[in-house]
Design a protein around this ligand. Structure first.
Ligand code: SIN
Length: 318
Protein backbone atom coordinates (compact mmCIF):
# COMPACT_ATOMS: atom_id res chain seq x y z
CA UNK A 1 0.00 0.00 0.00
CA UNK A 2 1.30 3.48 -0.86
CA UNK A 3 2.33 5.71 2.04
CA UNK A 4 -0.51 8.05 3.01
CA UNK A 5 0.28 11.61 1.90
CA UNK A 6 1.14 14.17 4.58
CA UNK A 7 -1.62 16.60 5.42
CA UNK A 8 -2.96 18.91 8.13
CA UNK A 9 -6.07 18.10 10.14
CA UNK A 10 -8.58 20.89 10.78
CA UNK A 11 -10.66 20.24 13.90
CA UNK A 12 -13.65 22.60 14.21
CA UNK A 13 -15.39 23.19 17.53
CA UNK A 14 -17.60 26.24 16.84
CA UNK A 15 -17.18 29.80 18.15
CA UNK A 16 -17.66 33.20 16.55
CA UNK A 17 -15.33 32.17 13.74
CA UNK A 18 -18.22 29.90 12.68
CA UNK A 19 -20.87 32.48 13.60
CA UNK A 20 -23.52 34.11 11.40
CA UNK A 21 -25.60 37.26 11.76
CA UNK A 22 -28.49 38.44 9.61
CA UNK A 23 -26.63 41.60 8.58
CA UNK A 24 -23.00 42.41 7.82
CA UNK A 25 -23.11 45.38 10.25
CA UNK A 26 -24.19 43.20 13.17
CA UNK A 27 -21.21 42.15 15.31
CA UNK A 28 -23.27 41.42 18.42
CA UNK A 29 -26.56 39.72 17.59
CA UNK A 30 -25.05 36.78 15.75
CA UNK A 31 -25.32 33.07 16.45
CA UNK A 32 -21.95 31.42 17.17
CA UNK A 33 -21.11 27.92 15.95
CA UNK A 34 -23.19 27.60 12.76
CA UNK A 35 -20.70 27.17 9.90
CA UNK A 36 -19.04 23.82 9.35
CA UNK A 37 -15.32 23.11 9.10
CA UNK A 38 -15.74 22.81 5.32
CA UNK A 39 -17.50 26.22 5.17
CA UNK A 40 -14.58 27.83 7.04
CA UNK A 41 -12.06 26.37 4.60
CA UNK A 42 -14.15 27.36 1.56
CA UNK A 43 -14.06 31.02 2.71
CA UNK A 44 -10.26 31.10 2.30
CA UNK A 45 -9.34 30.58 -1.39
CA UNK A 46 -5.63 30.16 -0.53
CA UNK A 47 -6.48 26.97 1.37
CA UNK A 48 -7.68 25.22 -1.81
CA UNK A 49 -4.12 24.09 -2.51
CA UNK A 50 -3.35 22.97 1.07
CA UNK A 51 -3.79 19.26 1.86
CA UNK A 52 -6.30 19.56 4.68
CA UNK A 53 -8.71 17.04 6.20
CA UNK A 54 -11.71 18.42 8.11
CA UNK A 55 -13.23 17.06 11.30
CA UNK A 56 -16.21 18.64 13.09
CA UNK A 57 -15.54 17.61 16.70
CA UNK A 58 -18.08 19.94 18.36
CA UNK A 59 -20.27 22.89 17.41
CA UNK A 60 -20.60 25.18 20.42
CA UNK A 61 -20.24 28.68 21.80
CA UNK A 62 -17.06 28.27 23.85
CA UNK A 63 -18.65 29.87 26.93
CA UNK A 64 -20.26 26.40 27.20
CA UNK A 65 -16.98 24.49 26.85
CA UNK A 66 -17.09 21.28 28.88
CA UNK A 67 -14.66 18.74 30.25
CA UNK A 68 -16.42 16.23 27.95
CA UNK A 69 -15.31 18.20 24.87
CA UNK A 70 -11.79 18.50 26.31
CA UNK A 71 -11.68 14.74 26.85
CA UNK A 72 -12.86 14.23 23.25
CA UNK A 73 -10.21 16.66 21.98
CA UNK A 74 -7.42 14.91 23.87
CA UNK A 75 -8.50 11.51 22.52
CA UNK A 76 -8.78 12.86 18.98
CA UNK A 77 -5.43 14.68 19.08
CA UNK A 78 -3.56 11.78 20.67
CA UNK A 79 -4.77 9.43 17.90
CA UNK A 80 -4.33 11.89 15.02
CA UNK A 81 -0.90 13.20 16.05
CA UNK A 82 0.38 9.61 16.22
CA UNK A 83 -0.40 9.15 12.50
CA UNK A 84 2.70 9.63 10.34
CA UNK A 85 0.61 11.29 7.61
CA UNK A 86 -0.71 14.04 9.95
CA UNK A 87 1.91 16.80 10.00
CA UNK A 88 -0.02 19.13 12.30
CA UNK A 89 -3.46 20.17 13.52
CA UNK A 90 -5.42 23.43 13.35
CA UNK A 91 -8.32 23.86 15.78
CA UNK A 92 -11.04 26.49 15.37
CA UNK A 93 -12.54 27.57 18.70
CA UNK A 94 -14.46 30.41 20.33
CA UNK A 95 -12.40 33.20 21.87
CA UNK A 96 -14.14 33.16 25.25
CA UNK A 97 -12.47 30.07 26.71
CA UNK A 98 -9.65 29.77 24.19
CA UNK A 99 -7.08 30.42 26.91
CA UNK A 100 -8.42 27.53 29.00
CA UNK A 101 -8.49 24.97 26.16
CA UNK A 102 -5.05 26.02 24.91
CA UNK A 103 -3.57 25.79 28.42
CA UNK A 104 -5.24 22.41 29.03
CA UNK A 105 -4.03 20.88 25.75
CA UNK A 106 -0.47 22.12 26.14
CA UNK A 107 -0.22 20.84 29.72
CA UNK A 108 -1.68 17.43 28.79
CA UNK A 109 -0.13 16.82 25.37
CA UNK A 110 2.77 19.25 24.81
CA UNK A 111 2.91 17.73 21.31
CA UNK A 112 6.02 17.54 19.17
CA UNK A 113 3.91 18.44 16.14
CA UNK A 114 2.17 21.83 15.95
CA UNK A 115 -1.41 22.10 17.24
CA UNK A 116 -2.53 25.62 16.32
CA UNK A 117 -5.73 27.04 17.75
CA UNK A 118 -7.43 29.99 16.16
CA UNK A 119 -10.65 31.96 16.54
CA UNK A 120 -12.31 35.24 15.59
CA UNK A 121 -13.80 38.26 17.33
CA UNK A 122 -16.25 38.92 14.47
CA UNK A 123 -18.70 36.48 12.89
CA UNK A 124 -18.08 35.16 9.41
CA UNK A 125 -20.82 37.45 8.02
CA UNK A 126 -19.26 40.67 9.40
CA UNK A 127 -17.75 43.48 7.36
CA UNK A 128 -14.80 43.11 9.72
CA UNK A 129 -14.61 39.28 9.70
CA UNK A 130 -11.20 38.30 11.10
CA UNK A 131 -11.73 34.54 10.98
CA UNK A 132 -10.54 33.83 7.41
CA UNK A 133 -7.18 35.58 7.91
CA UNK A 134 -6.71 34.00 11.34
CA UNK A 135 -7.44 30.56 9.86
CA UNK A 136 -4.97 31.11 7.03
CA UNK A 137 -2.35 32.31 9.55
CA UNK A 138 -2.97 29.22 11.70
CA UNK A 139 -2.37 26.97 8.69
CA UNK A 140 0.87 28.88 7.90
CA UNK A 141 2.03 28.32 11.49
CA UNK A 142 1.12 24.61 11.34
CA UNK A 143 3.27 24.35 8.20
CA UNK A 144 6.21 26.37 9.58
CA UNK A 145 9.50 24.51 9.91
CA UNK A 146 10.15 23.52 13.52
CA UNK A 147 6.79 24.66 14.88
CA UNK A 148 5.67 22.46 17.77
CA UNK A 149 3.47 22.48 20.83
CA UNK A 150 0.05 24.00 21.37
CA UNK A 151 0.06 27.45 19.80
CA UNK A 152 -2.54 30.15 19.20
CA UNK A 153 -2.52 32.13 15.96
CA UNK A 154 -4.59 35.29 16.32
CA UNK A 155 -4.41 38.81 14.95
CA UNK A 156 -1.06 38.24 13.23
CA UNK A 157 0.59 36.97 16.41
CA UNK A 158 1.43 33.47 17.62
CA UNK A 159 1.17 32.83 21.35
CA UNK A 160 2.24 29.86 23.47
CA UNK A 161 -0.90 27.94 24.44
CA UNK A 162 -0.08 28.00 28.14
CA UNK A 163 0.65 31.75 28.20
CA UNK A 164 -2.43 33.11 26.43
CA UNK A 165 -4.83 35.55 28.03
CA UNK A 166 -7.98 37.16 26.60
CA UNK A 167 -7.55 40.82 27.45
CA UNK A 168 -10.31 42.57 25.53
CA UNK A 169 -14.01 41.83 25.40
CA UNK A 170 -14.70 43.44 22.02
CA UNK A 171 -11.69 44.67 20.06
CA UNK A 172 -10.08 42.60 17.33
CA UNK A 173 -6.70 42.49 19.10
CA UNK A 174 -8.18 40.53 22.00
CA UNK A 175 -5.24 38.39 23.18
CA UNK A 176 -1.81 38.77 24.64
CA UNK A 177 0.69 36.56 26.41
CA UNK A 178 2.40 39.05 28.69
CA UNK A 179 4.96 39.20 30.19
CA UNK A 180 6.82 36.97 27.70
CA UNK A 181 4.88 38.15 24.65
CA UNK A 182 4.24 36.41 21.30
CA UNK A 183 6.39 33.52 20.10
CA UNK A 184 6.12 34.65 16.51
CA UNK A 185 4.40 36.97 14.05
CA UNK A 186 2.63 36.00 10.84
CA UNK A 187 3.13 38.51 8.06
CA UNK A 188 1.75 37.88 4.55
CA UNK A 189 2.03 34.13 4.95
CA UNK A 190 5.51 34.22 6.50
CA UNK A 191 6.08 33.14 10.09
CA UNK A 192 8.67 35.28 11.84
CA UNK A 193 9.86 33.50 15.00
CA UNK A 194 10.63 35.80 17.95
CA UNK A 195 11.26 33.14 20.62
CA UNK A 196 11.94 29.38 20.51
CA UNK A 197 8.92 27.09 20.04
CA UNK A 198 7.76 25.50 23.32
CA UNK A 199 9.75 22.49 24.56
CA UNK A 200 7.86 20.72 27.31
CA UNK A 201 6.77 17.29 28.41
CA UNK A 202 3.03 16.73 28.62
CA UNK A 203 1.26 14.99 31.48
CA UNK A 204 -0.04 12.43 28.97
CA UNK A 205 -3.43 11.75 27.39
CA UNK A 206 -4.07 8.83 29.77
CA UNK A 207 -4.65 11.36 32.57
CA UNK A 208 -7.91 12.38 30.89
CA UNK A 209 -9.30 8.85 30.64
CA UNK A 210 -10.86 8.96 34.10
CA UNK A 211 -14.69 8.80 33.68
CA UNK A 212 -16.05 12.35 33.53
CA UNK A 213 -18.30 11.83 36.54
CA UNK A 214 -15.15 11.30 38.61
CA UNK A 215 -13.28 14.37 37.39
CA UNK A 216 -12.40 16.68 40.29
CA UNK A 217 -14.79 19.55 40.92
CA UNK A 218 -12.74 22.73 40.82
CA UNK A 219 -14.21 26.22 41.00
CA UNK A 220 -12.95 29.77 41.18
CA UNK A 221 -13.98 32.48 43.61
CA UNK A 222 -12.94 36.14 43.49
CA UNK A 223 -12.18 38.25 46.57
CA UNK A 224 -14.07 41.56 46.63
CA UNK A 225 -15.38 44.26 48.91
CA UNK A 226 -18.17 42.94 51.15
CA UNK A 227 -17.17 39.29 50.51
CA UNK A 228 -19.69 36.73 51.81
CA UNK A 229 -17.94 33.58 53.05
CA UNK A 230 -21.12 31.55 52.50
CA UNK A 231 -19.92 31.07 48.92
CA UNK A 232 -16.82 29.14 50.04
CA UNK A 233 -18.71 27.20 52.71
CA UNK A 234 -21.30 26.19 50.08
CA UNK A 235 -18.54 24.89 47.80
CA UNK A 236 -17.17 22.80 50.69
CA UNK A 237 -20.65 21.48 51.51
CA UNK A 238 -21.30 20.67 47.84
CA UNK A 239 -18.22 18.43 47.74
CA UNK A 240 -15.85 20.52 45.66
CA UNK A 241 -12.30 19.17 45.51
CA UNK A 242 -10.49 22.40 44.80
CA UNK A 243 -10.88 26.15 44.54
CA UNK A 244 -8.88 28.91 42.94
CA UNK A 245 -9.07 32.13 44.92
CA UNK A 246 -8.54 35.21 42.79
CA UNK A 247 -7.20 37.70 45.30
CA UNK A 248 -7.03 41.45 45.10
CA UNK A 249 -3.71 42.97 43.96
CA UNK A 250 -0.81 40.69 44.82
CA UNK A 251 -3.21 37.95 45.97
CA UNK A 252 -4.54 39.49 49.17
CA UNK A 253 -7.81 38.01 50.41
CA UNK A 254 -10.74 39.60 52.25
CA UNK A 255 -10.44 38.53 55.92
CA UNK A 256 -13.74 36.61 55.72
CA UNK A 257 -12.54 34.76 52.61
CA UNK A 258 -9.23 33.97 54.29
CA UNK A 259 -11.05 32.49 57.30
CA UNK A 260 -13.30 30.45 54.99
CA UNK A 261 -10.21 29.31 53.07
CA UNK A 262 -8.79 27.87 56.29
CA UNK A 263 -12.06 25.96 56.85
CA UNK A 264 -11.93 24.69 53.26
CA UNK A 265 -8.34 23.49 53.69
CA UNK A 266 -9.31 21.73 56.92
CA UNK A 267 -12.16 20.02 55.03
CA UNK A 268 -9.60 18.62 52.54
CA UNK A 269 -10.04 20.95 49.56
CA UNK A 270 -6.95 22.00 47.65
CA UNK A 271 -6.68 25.74 47.11
CA UNK A 272 -4.57 27.88 44.79
CA UNK A 273 -4.09 31.63 44.86
CA UNK A 274 -4.19 33.84 41.78
CA UNK A 275 -4.95 37.51 41.24
CA UNK A 276 -8.03 39.23 39.89
CA UNK A 277 -5.77 41.87 38.26
CA UNK A 278 -5.99 41.95 34.49
CA UNK A 279 -2.29 41.24 34.07
CA UNK A 280 0.65 39.99 36.10
CA UNK A 281 0.70 37.17 38.61
CA UNK A 282 0.99 36.81 42.36
CA UNK A 283 4.58 37.29 43.49
CA UNK A 284 4.61 35.06 46.54
CA UNK A 285 4.56 33.12 48.78
CA UNK A 286 4.65 35.88 51.44
CA UNK A 287 3.04 34.07 54.39
CA UNK A 288 -0.32 33.42 52.76
CA UNK A 289 -2.63 30.61 53.84
CA UNK A 290 -3.16 29.42 50.28
CA UNK A 291 -0.41 28.17 47.92
CA UNK A 292 0.23 30.53 45.03
CA UNK A 293 -0.50 29.18 41.55
CA UNK A 294 2.56 29.67 39.40
CA UNK A 295 0.27 30.26 36.45
CA UNK A 296 -0.90 33.74 35.57
CA UNK A 297 -4.66 34.00 35.44
CA UNK A 298 -7.43 32.47 37.55
CA UNK A 299 -8.64 30.64 34.41
CA UNK A 300 -5.22 29.01 33.93
CA UNK A 301 -4.84 28.35 37.65
CA UNK A 302 -8.19 26.50 37.68
CA UNK A 303 -7.06 24.23 34.84
CA UNK A 304 -3.67 23.66 36.51
CA UNK A 305 -5.40 22.64 39.76
CA UNK A 306 -7.84 20.40 37.87
CA UNK A 307 -4.87 18.60 36.29
CA UNK A 308 -3.01 18.35 39.62
CA UNK A 309 -6.09 16.72 41.13
CA UNK A 310 -6.66 14.43 38.12
CA UNK A 311 -3.13 13.14 38.67
CA UNK A 312 -4.04 12.20 42.26
CA UNK A 313 -6.38 9.37 43.31
CA UNK A 314 -10.01 10.54 43.60
CA UNK A 315 -10.89 11.94 47.08
CA UNK A 316 -13.39 9.74 48.95
CA UNK A 317 -16.65 11.70 49.38
CA UNK A 318 -17.97 12.22 52.95
C1 SIN B 1 -17.27 31.81 21.71
O1 SIN B 1 -16.36 31.94 22.52
O2 SIN B 1 -17.59 30.71 21.22
C2 SIN B 1 -18.08 33.00 21.27
C3 SIN B 1 -17.31 34.25 21.31
C4 SIN B 1 -16.14 34.27 20.38
O3 SIN B 1 -15.74 33.30 19.75
O4 SIN B 1 -15.56 35.39 20.27
Amino acid sequence: MANPSPHLLLVATGGTIAGRASSAQDNLGYRAAELSAQDLVAAVPALASVPLRCLQLAQLDSKDMSHAVWQGLVRCLAAELARPDVSGVVITHGTDTLEETAFFLQRVLAPEKPVVLTAAMRPATSLQADGPQNLLDAVCVAQAAGARGVLVAFGGQVHAGDELRKVDAYRLQAFDSEPAGPLALVEEGRVLALRPWPQATGLGAALCERPLADWPRVGWITSHAGFDAALVDAAVAAGFDGLVLAGTGNGSLHADLEAAAVRALQAGLQLRLSTRCGSGRVVGPGGLVVPVSATHSPAQARVALLLDLLAQPARPQA
